[in-house]
Structures are given as structure tokens and as C-alpha cells.
Design a protein around this ligand. Structure first.
Ligand SMILES: NC(=O)c1ccc[n+]([C@@H]2O[C@H](COP(=O)([O-])OP(=O)(O)OC[C@H]3O[C@@H](n4cnc5c(N)ncnc54)[C@H](OP(=O)(O)O)[C@@H]3O)[C@@H](O)[C@H]2O)c1
Length: 323
């Protein structure tokens, strides 16, 4: 009997239901994947609460690893027995087994375990596209990165260290500061007791940074703008604290600043490009420059509890559901 988390209305974690579901054979272009780990991401909360639209009733999640059990007609990218992961595709990763488009599946190399891959698919690919595509880093820059002890943040810190970028990370507690430092942050700002922009100016001898990667959103917007050099770039890549509304006049007043709100789908397609991104990520992992293991594990049935932990800032690094 297969199981999945589904929701029939948007709202708090209590809307998530653990149900038995029918999973059939894959049709043309599809594969059936049995999950070993399902990864939690903050975007799942946006879907659950209705900030991002979902056709209800809906499954949830877009990030998991596992093994291909069967493929439908016309599928040549993967075959039964292949270890795979994915980060794109229809909602529904919160499940033990599912049928899905084969074109989004990424074969996992030997040497990258399922548990490590579960921390990388969405989170590592996000670090790749933020640092290598949205605002490409050359090495040597000092950057500001918010939520540096989080799921994406811990991978981003390691990636920055790997390419010689000096990362200033923000975190809310001293315990998280230790984690950010261990992953490669050269400077850590503890937001519960330090002024972010003031500290960034001190660290950069008054100059500010050329780029801020801000996934926190509403609560950090002004600090991010105040931390930038003239003509600097705000990469607004998430809204964990709430949506961002920017008066464009402010961008002129604060230094002719640039702002972008990137989404993975526009940077990780077509498939050949997604596989190239994954290859670069796995190269770092196989060389030992980037590592990852889930820091919180919950049974699939306890997805609501996992959501409560993630949205109340109790997690560090990656959180997974075990089918
Ligand atoms: N644009 C994209 O393609 C893309 C892709 C992946 C992820 N993202 C975004 O990247 C961010 C990180 O995702 P993640 O899954 O790795 O989550 P995460 O960073 O593990 O968790 C969110 C963190 O944000 C910080 N935070 C600050 N204010 C918060 C608030 N009011 N409520 C909740 N958290 C708050 C917390 O860290 P502190 O306690 O240390 O402040 C918290 O641990 C999310 O905003 C997500 O939407 C964007």
C-alpha cells in the first residue's frame, strides 16, 4: 500500500493528511520512483499556506531521492534500478512511491549516497544557480548571505569557501553561528543582537558588499539594501519572513541598486542544462569540498511536525521525511 501527504485546503501544518494512495504503472515519458528520502524545503510551506497556488486537493513537495522501479514507453533518460534525485516536477514528493515525468530525474553518481543527495537536490542546485548563474561569483568577493545555517545556507557557505568567496552569514542564534562558521562562513552576524548593515560596513571597511543573497525577505530587506555598495545587487531569493515590497525610488537613493527575484525553473531548464548544473555540484561533493547529511529526520506521516520545526526556525541544515 502506497502513502502520500495531501492537503485539501491551505492553512497551517494541520491541513497535511497522511493518506493511502493508488500508484499505477508509468505512462509515456513517465517513471515510477520509490523514495528513500524526501527533502523538506521552505517552498513547501508557501504551497501549504497558499502563498504559491496549488490545485486542490494537492500533493506536496518537489525534492526527493530514490530508485527507479519502472519506466513508461519512450523513456530513455533513466532505467529501472537507477538511483535518482529530483527538484523539479509536479507537487507530490511527500510520498513513498510516485509516478512522475522522467525528464526531471537526475541520475546520482556512485560515491554520493542517497542521504547526502537528499540535502543537495534543491538546496545544492539553488547554491549553484545563485552563485554561478544569477550573480556569478569570480572568487575574492565578500558577500552577504542570510540564513547561513539553514538548508540552502549550509551548502552555500561550503560552495563560497570552495571558490574563494568571503561569506558574511546571518543567523539568529549563537548555536547557528557555530554551524555557519563550520560550513565556511568567514564572518557571522547574530541577528538577535547585532545590527546587520552596521556589522557589514565594519567588516568591509565601510565599502559594503557587491551582492546580498536574501532569502529571509520582509524582515531583512532594509538591512540588505543598506549593506550594498553603489550599483550593488540584491538577489531576493526567498521570503521566509514574509513577502518583499520595494519602492523603486529607494533603489536610486541607496545607490542605483539592482534587484532580482529568481526562480529555479528559469535557471535549471532545459534538461541538458539541469544535468550540467548537477555535474558541477556533484564534482564539488565527490572532491570533498561540499558535504551534507540531514540534520533532522521525521517519518513521512509526521510531515506536519517537520513543517512546524522549519517555520519556527528550530531546524539547521537539511530536514528530511523518511517514507
Ligand atoms: N528562489 C529559489 O529558487 C529558491 C530555491 C530554494 C530555496 N529558496 C528559498 O531559500 C530560503 C531557504 O530555504 P530552506 O528550505 O533552506 O530553509 P532554511 O534556510 O533551512 O529555513 C529558513 C531560515 O530562515 C531564517 N528565518 C529568518 N526569519 C524567519 C522567519 N520569520 N520565519 C522562518 N524562518 C526565518 C531562519 O534562520 P535563522 O533562525 O538563522 O534566521 C530559518 O531557519 C527560503 O526562503 C526558500 O524559499 C529559494
Amino acid at each position: 500500500m502506497a502513502h502520500a501527504i495531501r492537503f485539501y485546503q491551505t492553512g497551517g501544518p494541520e491541513v497535511l493528511r497522511h493518506e493511502t494512495v493508488e500508484v499505477g504503472d508509468p505512462g509515456p515519458g513517465q517513471a515510477r520512483v520509490r523514495h528513500s528520502f524526501v527533502a523538506l524545503n521552505f517552498i513547501d510551506i508557501y504551497f501549504r499556506t497558499g502563498r504559491y497556488p496549488a490545485a486542490l486537493p494537492s500533493g506536496l513537495g518537489s525534492d526527493a531521492v530514490g530508485v527507479v522501479e519502472a519506466v513508461g514507453p519512450g523513456v530513455t533518460d533513466v532505467k529501472p534500478g537507477d538511483r535518482v534525485g529530483y527538484l523539479l516536477g509536479p507537487q507530490g514528493a511527500y510520498s513513498d512511491v510516485r509516478v512522475m515525468p522522467a525528464e526531471v530525474l537526475i541520475p546520482l553518481p556512485d560515491g554520493v549516497s542517497d542521504s547526502t543527495a537528499s540535502t543537495l537536490m534543491m538546496k545544492g542546485m539553488t547554491a549553484q544557480y545563485l552563485f554561478r548563474q544569477v550573480y556569478p561569483l569570480k572568487g575574492g568577493e565578500t558577500i552577504l548571505y542570510h540564513a547561513a545555517a539553514g538548508g540552502v545556507g549550509t551548502i552555500a557557505a561550503q560552495w563560497a569557501r570552495a571558490i574563494g568567496v568571503h561569506m558574511i552569514g546571518t543567523v539568529s542564534t549563537d548555536e547557528k553561528a557555530e554551524i555557519a562558521r563550520a560550513n565556511g562562513c568567514e564572518h557571522v552576524i547574530v541577528t538577535s543582537r547585532e545590527d546587520i548593515a552596521k556589522r557589514v560596513r565594519e567588516i568591509t571597511d565601510g565599502k559594503g558588499v557587491p551582492v546580498v543573497y536574501d532569502s529571509v525577505g520582509k524582515d531583512t530587506l532594509m538591512a540588505s539594501l543598506d549593506s550594498l555598495q553603489p550599483r550593488g545587487a540584491l538577489v531576493s531569493n526567498g521570503t521566509s519572513s514574509g513577502p518583499v515590497v520595494i519602492d523603486s525610488t529607494l533603489l536610486a537613493v541607496k545607490g542605483s541598486l539592482w534587484v532580482t527575484r529568481p526562480a529555479m525553473i528559469h535557471y535549471a531548464t532545459p534538461r541538458a542544462h539541469m544535468l550540467e548544473m548537477a555535474r558541477e555540484l556533484f564534482d564539488h561533493v565527490l572532491a570533498g569540498r561540499i558535504t551534507g547529511e540531514p540534520q533532522q529526520e521525521y517519518p513521512l506521516a509526521d510531515a506536519a511536525e517537520a513543517h512546524r520545526a522549519l517555520e519556527s526556525r528550530r531546524t539547521t541544515g537539511a530536514t528530511v521525511l523518511i517514507p
